[in-house]
Write a protein that binds this ligand. Sequence first.
Ligand code: HEC
Length: 106
Amino acid sequence: MNKVLATSLSMLFLVSGSALAGDATAGKEKAQACAACHGDGSKTLMPYFPRLSGQNEDYLIKVLKDYKSGARNNQIMGPQAVGLSETDIENLAAYFSSQPGLVVKK
Ligand code: HEC
């Protein structure tokens, strides 16, 4: 009985553990909504629209949550983040951080 419980608990942990990592493919699809300003992430349309490609994943998650909560207040970007779910944010962060940035990753 305990063994069964332990096995199912560890399986549950594995499943939820993998669900925490962002899905870059889903993020790419979601990123179409960002292209109007951020382009493909590497070439933005205006100099004051920041580059997102190659940015640190944890940073992207943090800043998108901050825009959503209002902790980082920006009249243009704030409304873009309000409708994003936690999963959207993780997926978008996984996608943009997986794209090549200005600094070559080893
Ligand atoms: C209408 C234009 C517009 C759209 C659409 C838009 N953004 Fe932005 N975004 C901006 C602007 C302008 C800034 C800079 C705001 C600031 O200075 O805080 C920004 C900043 C950001 C930042 C912070 C970058 C940094 O280096 O700190 C992230 C991350 C971001 N946007 C992600 C997204 C994502 C993901 C989407 C799509 C869901 C999106 N944006 C859609 C205009 C836009």
